[in-house]
Design a protein around this ligand. Structure first.
Ligand code: ATP
Length: 244
């Protein structure tokens, strides 16, 4: 379970995140939805210990991410916004390397890597070096290394950005599977339809603040709108984030 409480973060004069609080439960997919620049990436970065909040706290399975960042990272799998890969490592070596960093080795690590290669449909990629991988291929490798240690909590920054229809479907299937396994899944997106397709719970962020939160039904009810699309427009006050 992930809990953010009154998170704040400024960069110079820019307030990226202002008083963001929400809870993401186990066995559920929680979507952070908001237009470009809303503060989603900064919020996720604070949760996964890359950026230190100016104020506020966040916990992952009860572990304070600021006080005990290494313990928090052990129970987190992260797909960051930058999918930087090592050009000379193969896809399989990326997953193995990250598994080793988490203390896995030998047959147990091989089994985890093989499962992910299967699950992410990476057989043809697995033993190729990452140099020259397409965007979709890079996302798959980044997902494999994020999940290799079987984290209870998974944070994903715009996981389907730039993916084609088949790859998007594969990622959605994977996220649903993680949810069904009882894990806590949080992902960010600026596309309402993406969040609507996957999430039981939506946290709408605009200008660094949570402007609405709840199930898709609750969001519709609170705005008095029939469709989630209209509710989203009403909540953030613009049509940014709707696919045309
Ligand atoms: N390291 C930084 N230095 C300066 N400003 C930053 C930094 N990181 C984020 N910001 C600013 O904070 C605000 C929120 O950015 P953030 O990346 O969190 O938004 P986002 O919701 O993830 O946007 P997008 O959908 O475009 O990725 C933006 O105005 C951004 O320019």
């Amino acid at each position: 379970m992930i809990r953010a409480t009154n998170l704040h973060k400024r960069f110079g004069k820019v307030t990226a995140v202002e008083d963001v609080s929400f809870t993401a439960e186990d066995g559920m997919i929680t979507g952070l939805l908001g237009p470009n620049g809303a503060g989603k990436t900064t919020t996720l970065r604070m949760l996964y210990t890359l950026v230190r909040p100016d104020r506020g706290t966040a916990t992952v399975d009860g572990v304070d991410v600021t006080a005990r960042p290494e313990d928090a990272r052990r129970v987190l799998g992260v797909l960051p916004d930058a999918r930087g890969l090592y050009p000379r490592l193969t896809a399989r070596e990326h997953a193995r390397y990250y598994g080793e960093l988490h203390g896995l080795s030998g047959a147990a690590l091989d089994k985890c890597v093989d499962e992910l290669v299967d699950l992410l449909d990476m057989k043809e990629l697995a033993d190729r070096r990452a140099e020259g991988f397409s965007q979709g291929e890079r996302v798959k490798v980044a997902l494999a290394r994020a999940l290799v240690h079987g984290p209870r909590n998974v944070l994903l920054d715009e996981p389907t950005n730039g993916l084609d229809v088949m790859s998007t479907r594969a990622v959605r299937t994977l996220l649903r599977r993680l949810k069904d396994e009882g894990r806590c899944v949080v992902f960010s997106s600026h596309i309402m339809q993406e969040v609507a397709a996957l999430c039981e719970r939506i946290v709408v962020v605009a200008h660094g603040r949570v402007v609405a939160e709840g199930t898709p039904d609750a969001l519709r009810a609170s705005t008095g709108k029939d469709s989630l699309e209209e509710a989203f427009v009403a909540t953030i006050g613009s049509e940014q984030g709707l696919m045309q």
